[in-house]
Design a protein around this ligand. Sequence first.
Ligand code: PMP
Length: 397
Amino acid sequence: MFQHVETAPPDAILGLNEAFRNDPNPEKINLSVGVYKDEQGVTPVLKCVKEAEKRLLEGESTKSYLPIDGRAGYNSAVRKLMFGADHEVITSNRAVTVQSPGGTGALRVAGDFIADSFPGASVWLSQPTWPNHPNIFTAAGLGLKTYPYFNKATNGLDFEGMLGALQGAAKGDVVLLHGCCHNPTGIDPTPQQWKAIADLIQEKELLPLLDFAYQGFGDGLSEDAIGLREIARPGQEMLICSSFSKNFGLYNERVGALTAVATCEAEATAVLSQLKKVIRSNYSNPPTHGAAVVETVLTDDSLRATWEDELTHMRDRINGIRKLFVDKISACGIDQDFSFIQQQKGMFSFSGLNQMQVDQLRSEMSIYIVGSGRINVAGISEANVDRLCEGIKKVTS
Ligand code: PMP
């Protein structure tokens, strides 16, 4: 029966991680997969998470199923974190949230919901985008279109190209935007540019889908929500996919959420019923642990303060490393200008290295970078930055 089944290619990014694990070179450097690392190269469990887990372990009285849409307290805390407790979207009750297994789960539930409820709509993805986006929406049976995002000449946002392409979107098409810390480029729109994007969405009657996987990794918790809050104008509908993999370090607990903002409470309730239908046939109901941790931390003043400190520390380290890398690379006499890396936000940067240079770094130096040249900045440390710069000098000269 399985004779005709061909071997599928390994996932481009996770496959690289496997190759890194098997590499015996003690000086190997992994800048591929998107996981935060501290100065020692460790992906830590946050203190606030450990404390919440202690409390949960003591208080747990059942392992019975969660509702299809997950924990109500978690869903409400997620909405407030994104919008702020007093935002009109919250006070008008026109938003509903379902807990999901990671941001990926939220994106897939969104994809299935769009395919069911908006037949014929295309999903517009930035070029480039996180490589799993096309996989997810294609699997959901949706048609894809792309809009330009990266301007190679300036290493910045191709804003005119982006707006120009989106002018061609049809009413009811879905526009996927990265809420902050764009993956893979690290380039985000300015507040003024977000305003123009929100205007265009409103004028052309598009459905914005925000992928919000890095809140707090760019400039701060509310600063990183500027785009999302700009788009959430009175009456505007939108979908938001949250992930707490990065900002809580809960990667393997699979904790995320999908929020749908409708025009009114009655419509939001109808959307919720459709999201539950999608979830029921996918995984029935979500796992509890990760969401219980996030809910506990977000709703307890002291744990929340600890979390915000820990998040600030992660953000400051990433920004410090960006500066260190730019200083070191310019000091080692490379012609190429890498100063743009300091302006980019979040864990990722587009280094400008091409596929050949990336391959050479891997085969000759055991430095692992994704083929597009995307670097996980958090993989750089005081201990490996000199070797990394040496490698980049070698392959670029
Ligand atoms: N969206 C983007 C842009 C991401 O980078 C990621 C994680 N790499 C996700 C969604 C999915 O996150 P999760 O691990 O929570 O599924």
